[in-house]
Design a protein around this ligand. Structure first.
Ligand code: GDP
Ligand code: IMO
Ligand code: MG
Length: 427
């Protein structure tokens, strides 16, 4: 009954989409358990490129059942667009299952996400503007609208009216925005209901039975460890729990059933949006990483902030998630450097820290302590096995492994499905 969790080890965009896709022929279910269409998971298959936002990456593998579980917040219009877009490219989403308990992103969530960011000015979080934070806020405040409400027009109307009673006051009186008409929202969402009905299921029950029958379930995280609402760089985080613990709550699978935790780890570091980032490079070296690694947001198109590998946060990911395996991605991007700096610890007010500091204030002041390792000049994108890598590339991998505290079981040397070196089985 293997249940494998796949999480981002840094600030997202580590290559979770590619890693999930790679496991497509070894798993029966691929489950998104948190986040929403703030995620952008890229998969390259031959000359085709797919960017998935809400749909689990498993939708691209014909034998896999893709599941959107209870912990996800769903923008139904975006989901249907994504389903239609894939259909137009010959990919069927008919197997998709959507949890009846997942929450819906409503028009007021999107309006509030945008306007609150504007009001924060320089202190803004740099959200994706998709309504994620306000939707999770309403979920916790117990005034959210759920997928199952789409099945009961009377309840749906009541919930929309109750929510807009309050939110329209806030939108108009605090933020000087227009009123949102509950009748129009009801009509729009009843339209979505018609189309989404066939997919709605008790996904926790489905997954429990699947595990009983020995099926392989892969839980595909969005975002990453440091964007976690509890364990990330709060408040510069997303509003859900992408970490392995969040996978259990977000999918309705007990912790005792998890068999493996794979963390996706970029060979350097990137981040989109605001917040502390100790190894960030604000000079031409950062520009070089961005251009060479094509580090532009899959969802918003924003430039990703770039910096060297940070072993402190990799160790932190191991600790918080109980990582059993790392999947190191984008090693190919580092080809051509004379020497590669790696952050091994931080210096904060003259004191060395080997772990992520306890307070955000300290994290904001953390200065990286670097060790440098010799680079390699060869193009490694055609490598087929670990032994094909130049000695310095192998040494760099072994160094990261030692510093990060869990084995590196796969290495990405390019965006394509076949550009992966597998060191040991992942499922
Ligand atoms: P995700 O959000 O974690 O799924 O990552 P994104 O898809 O947002 O960003 C990762 C980017 O790196 C995508 O464009 C991938 O196609 C690409 N990618 C993934 N693995 C590798 C790799 O090993 N090498 C290179 N060069 N690109 C990769
Ligand atoms: P994937 O799954 C990178 C960031 C946003 C912002 C913060 C909060 O592709 O790795 P939100 O819209 O979630 O309220 O924004 O989180 N963020 C991501 N950064 N990859 C992602 O997803 C992200 N999803 C959200 O940039 O800083
Ligand atoms: Mg992404």
């Amino acid at each position: 009954m293997p249940a494998v969790v796949l999480v981002g080890a840094q600030w997202g965009d580590e290559g979770k989409g590619k890693a999930t896709d790679l496991l497509g022929d070894q798993v029966d279910y691929v489950v998104r358990y948190q986040g929403g269409n703030n995620a952008g998971h890229t998969v390259v298959i031959g000359d085709q490129k797919y960017a998935l936002h809400l749909l689990p990456t498993g939708v691209l593998s014909p034998e896999v059942i893709p599941v959107i579980a209870n912990g996800v917040v769903i923008d139904p219009g975006v989901l249907l667009e994504e389903i239609d877009g894939l259909k137009a490219r010959g990919i069927s989403c008919e197997r998709l299952l959507i949890s009846a308990s997942a929450h819906l992103i409503m028009p007021h969530h999107k309006a509030l996400d945008k306007v609150t960011e504007r009001y924060l000015g320089k202190a803004k979080i740099g959200t994706t503007g998709r309504g994620i934070g306000p939707a999770y806020g309403d979920k916790i405040a117990r005034m959210g609208v759920r997928v199952q409400d789409l099945l009961d027009p009377g309840i749906l109307r009541k919930k929309i009216e109750v929510a807009l009673n309050e939110k329209n006051q806030v939108l108009t009186k605090v933020y000087n925005r227009r009123v949102i008409d509950p009748d129009k929202v009801l009509e729009e969402y009843l339209g979505y209901a018609e189309r989404l009905k066939p997919y709605i299921a008790d996904t926790s029950l489905v997954l429990s039975r699947a595990l009983d029958q020995g099926r392989v379930v892969l839980l595909e995280g969005g975002q990453g460890n440091l964007l976690d609402i509890d364990h990330g760089t709060y408040p510069f985080v997303t509003s859900s729990s992408p970490t392995a613990g969040g996978a259990c709550a977000g999918a309705g699978i007990p912790p005792t059933r998890l068999t493996r935790v794979i963390a996706i780890l970029k060979a350097y570091t990137t981040r989109v949006g605001s917040g502390p980032f100790p190894t960030e490079l604000l000079d031409e070296r950062g520009d070089w990483l961005r251009t060479t690694g094509h580090e532009y947001g899959t969802t918003t198109g924003r430039d990703r902030r770039c910096g060297w590998f940070d072993a402190v946060i990799a160790r932190y990911a191991t600790r918080i998630n109980g990582v059993t395996d790392f999947f190191l991605t984008k090693l190919d991007v580092l080809s051509g450097l004379e020497r590669i700096p790696v952050c091994v610890a931080y210096e904060i007010d003259g004191v060395r820290h080997d772990e992520v500091p306890m307070t955000q204030t300290d994290f904001h002041h953390a200065k990286p302590i670097y060790e440098e390792f010799p680079g390699w000049q060869e193009d490694i994108s055609e490598a087929k096995s670990f032994d094909d890598l130049p000695p310095n590339a192998r040494a760099y991998v072994r160094t990261l492994e030692e510093m990060s505290g869990a084995p590196i079981s796969a290495i990405g040397v390019g965006p394509g499905r076949t550009q992966t070196l597998q060191l040991r089985p992942l499922v």
